[in-house]
Design a protein around this ligand. Sequence first.
Ligand code: HSE
Length: 321
Amino acid sequence: MKTVNIGILGLGTVGGGTYEILDMNRELIEKRIGREIKVAKVLEKNTERLKALGLPEERATQDPDDILKSPDIDIVVEALGGIEPSTTFMLTAMENGKSVVTPNKAAVAANFAKLKKTAEENNVEFRFEASVGGGIPALTAITEALAGNEFTEVMGILNGTTNYILTRMTDLGLDYDEVLKDAQAKGFAEADPTADVEGIDVANKLSILMALAFDTYVPPEEIPTTGISKITMDDIHAAKEKGCRIKLIAQAKRDGDHLNYSVKPMEIPDSHPLAGVSNEFNAIYVTGNAVDEVMFYGKGAGALPTGSAIVGDILAIAKNL
Ligand code: HSE
């Protein structure tokens, strides 16, 4: 059986979750794709993380080139987060003939065209399903199963941390700071949660969704964005009195040749399906001129749900190697 060698950059929440799934479902994966998927090298200096996952220390390196330029690595999983050095690492990997998988929405949204072009030029694959909606396979659906549609609208709840905070504030009356700490402890929040609570993370995800659904790239910093850091219990009570819940909503809608887009907290009526999307769950509504309305729902953050999307991308690439 052919062995496909993986290099993982970063064994944090998502890199660790990816390793865990490959280990937990090893036999099933081998049976499904007829390949052994081996995590041959990881870029990680925290030996506690290696131990916790049962990874031998000799498989770890602190030199990215041991993965990016190694002739033994077939696929690189970039799970470091942040725009740089992640983008440079991904480009180097592709220039060295490796396919790349990433959950890194900030890097994908900032450098969408360059990353796609470099993959094409080097005849490798670049997949980023986990960058939007965690474990929800919405990007693959938009680019494959729904590819025959002209899309008119994309709308959704795209951040697990803020949805978790708003849900706990609304349902349990808990304090904002306390719930944010809880979301960090559960591995939902970014290293710097400003990106979550100020809506920047959602703007990155909406930028990626628009590039795929509307073939229109809008840099995330050009998307009008308001986060949830100024939402108070008074706002939440006022919404409740109107039969609504406050949700952080990303929306992009085609109006003729024009595209309107925004990220902002909105009062969603209790009867609307998005009002029932709670905690770290995400939901993505897509309207196409053939399929009409489709809604995707699932866990938008966390080690295993996000790892699930990464492993799906790895297997899609590995099958064709
Ligand atoms: N911080 C992100 C969230 C992680 O809370 O949704 C998944 O992209």
